[in-house]
Design a protein around this ligand. Structure first.
Ligand SMILES: [Zn+2]
Length: 383
């Protein structure tokens, strides 16, 4: 047991100052050459798929799926909440008791998980959003703060966590702190997942948030983790940018079976077994996915297998989200000779200008072309 007092006030202050999904740092939107790439959620263009595969939108369910394209219904939904570990942070009772169990298990490993921010009401989120809209306009406000009704924190099933010493509070480096490492490794055993994984901004709509945990219950959290899905969107098959023709790609990827595995006629154990694929075999992925099940081909038969018994899953390339071909600057933005603020400024692109994206994103920067000049610009101020 530590004799130090938990600096909850400090953690909360950090939350207020740093979290894009909570209270973002005040952006100097009008300043020239802003290149603050951290803590900002990316205004992703998310395509709503024609069919929703197995997601639940019932806000009273612990499985409720929420993102920018799937707002809470009703938008003013308010769950029953209870205080987490005697803190000012509140969660739905089930999530709160799971959190307490998790915190106790972590404590046995010498790791102290501090609750930083949990349930936030529609009214609280609306108040924040209105304040930022007034200051910066709606388009910028929606990049730095969740539109009311679309925040996972409103479900009472999401919690931001910190270390007792506030190390790397609400920053990417949190992933390397004791709490960051512990929750990534063990969170699913208690029903929690890292909801906004690294490199999935285009899919989840949020930059990497290793501190933001979503409660899904142990069954779903474990299934999600063992599926190897890159995001919850991918797990449920609602992820991805628009594909040409709108269909699911059939380009081949592969995976390896980790057990003798039933190939079934549908995505679920209720479907007929077509054959049993031996352990250690390579199967072809068709690119289709549903609730942790993958559509695969093996020995010239096609069917569905549970992602739990697949490893080295490499989905077909064409099912990965594609980068937009053009973007607009949301602030006066420096075009640089390389991907980083250490590189020379070639030109400052005025706010609201259209630029061409000429290649793949690299560490939060895009190669862009503006007024005939090619260089790199921070993704934070492109949308
Ligand atoms: Zn959060």
């Amino acid at each position: 047991m530590s004799s130090h007092r938990t600096p909850l006030g400090l953690a909360a202050a950090l939350a207020v100052a740093l979290s894009a999904t909570l209270l973002p740092a005040v952006p100097a939107g009008a300043a020239v050459g802003i290149e603050n790439t951290s803590h900002s959620q990316i205004a992703a263009v998310l395509a709503v798929p024609s069919a929703q595969r197995g997601i639940t939108r019932d806000p009273s369910s612990t499985q409720v799926f929420v993102n920018k394209n799937y707002p809470l219904k009703p938008s003013r939904f308010a769950p029953k909440t209870t205080a987490v570990s005697k803190s000012g942070v509140r969660l739905q009772p089930q999530a709160a008791s799971a959190f307490t169990k998790m915190a106790k298990a972590a404590a046995r490993d010498g790791v102290r998980i501090v609750p930083v921010s949990g349930y936030r009401s529609y009214a609280r989120q609306a108040e924040l959003f209105a304040r930022y809209t007034k200051l910066y306009g709606k388009s910028y406000a929606s990049r730095i703060s969740a539109v009311p009704g679309t925040s996972e924190h409103q479900t009472g099933l999401a919690i931001d966590v910190g270390n007792a010493n506030s190390a790397c509070g609400l920053q990417e480096c949190f992933a390397r702190t004791p709490v960051g490492q512990w929750v990534a490794k063990h969170g699913s055993k208690f029903g929690f997942i890292i909801r906004y994984p690294k490199g999935q901004e285009a899919v989840t709509g949020y930059a990497y948030e290793p501190w933001h945990l979503r409660y899904l219950g142990t069954a779903t959290a474990k299934s999600y983790k063992s599926s190897g899905a890159a995001s919850l969107e991918a797990y449920y098959g609602v992820a991805g940018a628009k594909r040409p023709g709108g269909g699911i790609s059939t380009a081949p990827g592969t995976a390896t079976t980790t057990a003798n595995l039933n190939l079934r006629s549908g995505a679920g154990t209720g479907h007929k077994v077509l054959m049993t694929i031996p352990k250690g075999k390579s199967v072809k992925l068709t690119g289709a996915k549903s609730s942790g099940w993958y559509k695969v081909s093996y020995a010239s038969r096609t069917g569905w297998v549970s992602g739990t018994y697949l490893r080295n899953i490499s989905l077909p390339k064409s099912s990965a989200p594609k980068a937009a071909k053009s973007a607009k600057t949301t602030a006066n933005l420096n075009l640089r000779s390389g991907a980083g603020t250490g590189h020379r400024i070639l030109v400052t692109i005025p706010k609201g200008k259209k630029v061409a994206i000429t290649g793949a994103r690299k560490s939060g920067w895009y190669p862009v072309k503006y007024a005939g000049i090619s260089g790199w610009a921070s993704a934070t101020y492109l949308r």
